[in-house]
Write a new protein. Structure first.
Length: 258
């Protein structure tokens, strides 16, 4: 069979493409994400006996902490951990944390307070104690220490985001949104009140969110040291209605439209 010039050009082009594909450098695979606390322990050499960490001397802890920092924290090792929420607490900023079940003879706790999305507050308001979540991010803390007067391995995930899971591990469906036609929201006491309408609206717009009338959730403290109230004006059935919550009172869309 005699090749025409056009067919010959196509054949040569195909050969060049195949050779280029063969010569293309393969992309190196990134490190596997940390999924269990055992993955953190895996970077500690066997001769340090990580299984005996509960009996380590301070010098041994220092060596182990140096390795954890160098290999996991400094390299920002990816993490994707599943655990049940123990709390969403405010310690200078909102922190999601939990205990991780283990047989090591000390507590293993995981904390997250640095978020990928700056506007995480409404989503944090959807979390309840016992919720199963998958937290994704990078390792920003791994150290043996005495925390809350107990021997502990403390783990942290930064640049984080999370999804809620069902008991079978599949993503949980979002709750149904309850619309609130918000007019205004103020927080304070006496003659000192701060407008918190934007903050409250963002929280109420998140399906399933429950928050509390306090400075941490509302981002304002017009009368420090005094009990305050959150006063929400909303519209329902073409009428203005008022919802009031005292200091630390629970607030949600379901309660407002009740």
């Amino acid at each position: 069979m005699k090749l025409t010039p056009v067919l010959l050009l196509f054949a040569l082009a195909a050969v060049c493409l195949l050779n280029a594909a063969d010569d293309a450098p393969t992309q190196p695979k990134g490190p596997k994400p940390l999924r269990r606390y055992q993955d953190f322990l895996a970077v500690i050499p066997k001769d340090l006996e990580p299984e005996n960490a509960r009996n380590w001397t301070e010098a041994q802890k220092e060596v182990a902490n140096g390795l954890l920092k160098k290999k996991l924290v400094d390299t920002q090792r990816p993490a994707k951990m599943r655990f049940k929420v123990r709390g969403v607490d405010f310690w200078e900023r909102f922190v999601v944390w939990s205990y991780l079940p283990n047989d090591e003879g000390y507590y293993v706790r995981v904390f997250t307070s640095q978020w990928k999305d700056e506007n995480m507050l409404p989503k944090l308001a959807t979390l309840r104690e016992g919720d199963l979540i998958e937290m994704s991010g990078v390792c920003d803390l791994a150290k043996y220490e005495n925390l809350w007067n107990t021997k502990s391995l403390t783990l942290g995930i930064g640049d984080a985001s999370f999804i809620k899971l069902l008991p079978n591990g599949k993503p949980a469906p979002r709750p149904k949104r309850i619309p609130v036609k918000l007019i205004s929201a103020v927080y304070g006491s006496g003659t000192a009140f701060t407008d918190v309408t934007d903050r409250v609206k963002a929280l109420l717009d998140e399906p399933g969110a429950i928050f509390y009338a306090n400075p941490n959730w509302l981002g304002a403290d017009p009368t420090p040291g005094w009990n305050k109230a959150l006063i929400i004006v909303h519209e329902s059935d073409d009428k203005h209605r008022i919802f009031t919550a005292g200091e630390n009172g629970e607030v949600s869309a379901a309660l407002i439209v009740k």
